[in-house]
Design a protein around this ligand. Structure first.
Ligand SMILES: Nc1ncnc2c1ncn2[C@@H]1O[C@H](COP(=O)(O)OP(=O)(O)OP(=O)(O)O)[C@@H](O)[C@H]1O
Ligand SMILES: [Mg+2]
Length: 507
């Protein structure tokens, strides 16, 4: 038997107008953790979809050999039967079913048409234990955070006797703690003999767990490294991903914030279902002109809920407190009112970025700014194209055409369209929630550059970020939240990772 569980030879995959993969070859050793790195749109997810039957045999060229045989999958079901499982970038559980139903959905035995639910309920406990998920198996999945849903997906894969487990950006929506746990779980599964493939933009995590790293660029396999033997570093990965050396991850800027433009006082937000629970508790802060503020804190600290409630009451049963924009009091009852008052919001939620997936890029970017591309109520098509092309170039949105459906873009490129849409609307105050989630290193720097341009133009940015280096590299001041409260605030000069963590926990 060969040392390799999977061998890809000269795989080429075309979509109308795009060659997503060209002659890609890649070998995965039995029992290793193999990472695949590459910029947004490099072809990582597409490659995994070809292997796992999402794209059926015949829809791509080349050869894939799994456990010694050439694969001929017509659907994901076929690959699952052979012990190959994939956990996609966007999680795919049934939100209204319980944990254990999700684990066994689609592969339960029936006796005379009857399912023995108790048996599965019991069996699910075993898998929950393996993945370290401490929840009752009858809990409805939509009540779980993303991190825990991720674990349910892995439990589901394990219940199918998976030998090769593919994880597409598994930690992109997790906080540091959850990520750490997941990486440890991956190492544990490896010990049990499972082979793992991890796609990730978090290069530090890649170096922590991977044995081998393959780098894709523009649909081609560029290089393969043995992490230990080659002494692989982040810089080496980046160089092959981007094709050049990236020196400054955070562009330089002279920070000089001016007068206060927004003030929030004693802001309290109540849970949408449990009306007396405070999700945000008596929070006060201010934002100045030409300032970038970061909000840090652990998952569940209430940062997103705070921002959404400020943005036209988009979260919560009720909120109370005072919101002042440029000295004037506001009660914003809807996102529309928030936009009209000069606020813009980019959501952290990939699936719900406010994009219309079945519309093209151009329509998505311009649709909340039609006044900017119209004259006398008529859309100026040339201007619409010019403006959209500008964003495509500035943010390096990978696509053959701005008429492409957003649905067909890679995950990171969808995020770039969402960012462009808010930039186009050009608000005075940008609220961005995890703006660089799932975005590759090069494009991150581009987005930071754009944030600097925003404040140079006299506008302001509020950034919710789970990546402390990003907050430290970009923000003028950092508010630290935990348990719905602001625990403290740090200036750019005094802030450090340790201080932020200490403040979140101790206050
Ligand atoms: N269904 C589709 N129709 C047309 N083009 C597609 C389709 N799916 C993917 N593409 C294109 O194929 C290329 C590779 O996309 P893919 O999703 O594999 O990238 P990725 O490496 O996973 O990127 P990311 O890091 O952003 O997730 C991109 O140019 C993308 O626009
Ligand atoms: Mg992808």
């Amino acid at each position: 038997m060969s040392d390799y569980i999977l061998e890809i030879e000269n795989l080429t995959k075309d979509f109308p107008g795009v060659r997503a993969l060209e002659n890609v070859s890649l070998k995965i050793k039995k029992g290793e953790i193999h990472s695949i790195c590459g910029e947004n749109g490099a072809g990582k997810s597409t490659l995994m979809s070809c292997i796992s039957g999402v794209y059926p045999v015949g829809s791509f060229e080349g050869k894939v050999i799994y456990k010694g045989n050439e694969i001929k999958y017509h659907s994901v079901k076929d690959s699952e039967k052979e012990g190959l499982a994939i956990i996609h970038q966007e999680l795919a559980l049934s939100p209204y079913l319980s944990i254990y139903e999700n684990i066994f959905l689609g592969h339960m035995d029936t006796k005379l048409g009857i399912i023995n639910w108790d048996k599965y309920l019991n069996e699910s406990r075993k898998y929950l234990k393996t993945v370290g998920l401490n929840e009752h198996p009858e809990t409805i999945v939509s009540k779980l955070g993303v991190g825990k849903q991720q674990l349910v997906e892995i439990a589901r894969a394990l219940s199918k006797k998976t030998e090769l487990l593919i994880l597409d950006e598994p930690t992109s929506s997790l906080n540091d703690d959850e990520s750490e746990k997941l990486l440890n779980l991956m190492l544990e599964l490896k010990k049990q003999g499972i082979t793992l493939v991890m796609i990730s933009h978090k290069l530090n995590e890649v170096l922590k767990v991977a044995d081998t790293v393959t780098i894709l660029r523009d649909g081609k396999s560029i290089s393969v490294y043995d992490v230990k033997a080659d002494n692989l570093t982040e810089q080496m990965i980046i160089k092959d991903m981007v094709g050049r050396i990236l020196t400054h991850r955070f562009p330089e800027r002279n920070s000089s914030p001016e007068e206060t433009v927004m003030e929030v006082k004693n802001w309290t937000v109540y849970h949408p279902e449990y009306h007396n629970i405070k999700i945000v508790d008596n929070v006060s802060f201010f934002l100045r002109k030409s300032e970038i503020l970061a909000f840090c804190g652990p998952m569940g600290a209430g940062r997103t809920e705070l921002m959404m409630s400020l943005f036209g009451h988009s979260y919560g049963f009720r909120s109370e407190g005072e919101l002042k924009i440029k000295g004037k009091n506001y009660i914003l009852k809807s996102p529309r009112m928030a936009i009209d008052s000069g606020l813009g919001y980019i959501s952290e939620d990939r699936k719900n970025l406010g994009l219309i997936l079945i519309q093209d890029i151009k329509t998505n970017i311009t649709h909340s700014s039609l006044n900017k591309i119209s004259k006398f109520g008529i859309i100026d098509n040339q201007k619409e194209i010019r403006e959209t092309e500008r964003f495509r170039k500035d943010l390096n949105i990978r696509t053959p055409s701005i008429n492409q459906y957003v649905r067909n873009l890679s995950g990171g490129n969808q995020q770039k369209v969402a960012v462009s849409k808010t930039l186009m609307a050009n608000p005075d105050i940008f609220i961005v929630d995890e703006p660089t989630r799932g975005i590759d290193v090069g494009a991150k720097t581009e987005i930071y550059g754009i944030m600097n341009n925003i404040i140079a133009a006299g506008k302001s940015v509020i950034m919710v970020s789970s990546e402390l280096p990003e907050a430290l590299g970009m923000a003028d001041r950092i508010y630290v939240m935990n348990e719905g409260k602001i625990k403290g605030v740090l200036n750019r000069e005094e802030a450090s990772q340790e201080k932020i963590m200490h403040m979140a926990l101790v206050g």
